[in-house]
Design a protein around this ligand. Structure first.
Ligand SMILES: CC(C)(COP(=O)(O)OP(=O)(O)OC[C@H]1O[C@@H](n2cnc3c(N)ncnc32)[C@H](O)[C@@H]1OP(=O)(O)O)[C@@H](O)C(=O)NCCC(=O)NCCS
Length: 248
């Protein structure tokens, strides 16, 4: 089974490619065994730690998505990629000769895995399944900024769920782009969403970040899946987003 196209896919400096994999649709035994062989021993051990086969499958497709996707942009076989992690668990590609300066970020939820790929810049992606049940209001009160909470409560009740997931995915994508996970205080930055204005962020002075550096996207990927992307731009040039469905 071929896992890498002969011609590397072109990724321009101001492009983001967002790859979508639907794990429930990837079931061919031949394909799964190819994926299994792409993983390092450490990844295989990690996969076996999951108690439920659904989670082992999700893990396998995630690893395959990252490895085969990155191989589309470079002359490297999927099994040859090696990754390091920063102090907060963010994976990065260990540089190899002749490989472009690719950056990526991953997110998985029930029924969908996404992987954002870009050159050089910090990127964070988050996807959530809006069907998940959970204490929406408690989470907002605990993690959102005062302004976001006020905005949420001001909405008619039937619009709150969508707005909640807008904020949730945007906030997650931003902390993931910064690579610091939940050690970055979520109430110290605030997204401003207004129907007639572009999506904006404001920072508490303690966070020392500049709103002009950032570009954001909010995406309804399926009926149930909501995603967001945060990108720290090199300059104030707008990046172009392209969605790609992963087909192995
Ligand atoms: C770990 C965290 C970075 C993302 O967790 P998550 O939302 O549960 O999971 P996602 O599926 O979106 O992302 C996981 C992927 O992010 C990547 N990742 C891990 N640590 C990361 C970090 N510090 N920065 C960026 N990406 C990171 C990994 O690739 C990981 O997948 P992998 O383990 O399969 O390689 C962190 O933000 C977290 O724990 N969030 C909890 C959710 C929450 O309570 N949010 C508050 C409401 S806004």
């Amino acid at each position: 089974m071929q896992t890498r196209p002969k011609q590397p896919l072109k990724l321009n400096l101001h492009d983001i490619h967002l790859w979508l994999a639907f794990p429930d649709e990837i079931q061919s035994p031949e394909r799964l065994s190819t994926y299994q062989e792409m993983m390092t021993l450490e990844e295989q051990v990690q996969q076996q730690r999951f108690h439920f086969s659904k989670h082992r499958h999700q893990y396998l497709i995630t690893r395959a998505l990252v490895r085969t996707t990155l191989s589309r942009y470079a002359n490297i076989e999927p099994h040859q990629w090696r990754f390091s992690k920063n102090a907060y668990g963010r994976p990065e590609i260990i540089p190899q000769a002749g490989v472009p300066p690719l950056r990526f970020n991953l997110s998985h939820t029930d029924g969908l895995i996404i992987c954002g790929v870009v050159l050089k810049q910090d990127i964070g992606v988050d996807v959530e399944n809006k069907e998940r049940t959970g204490a929406m209001i408690e989470i907002a009160d605990r993690f959102f900024s005062q302004q976001e909470v006020r905005d949420l409560y001001a909405l008619p009740e039937k619009q709150r769920r969508n707005r909640f997931f807008d904020y949730w995915t945007l906030k997650e994508s931003y902390i993931k782009a910064r690579g610091m996970g939940l050690s970055l205080p979520l109430e110290q930055f605030s997204f401003l969403m207004s129907t007639n204005q572009a999506l904006r962020i404001t920072f508490d002075s303690r966070l020392q970040d500049d709103p002009d550096k950032w570009q954001f996207w909010l995406l309804k990927l399926t009926e149930h899946h909501q995603a967001a992307i945060s990108l720290c731009r090199e300059s104030q040039v707008d990046y172009q987003l392209k969605l790609m469905v992963y087909s192995g």
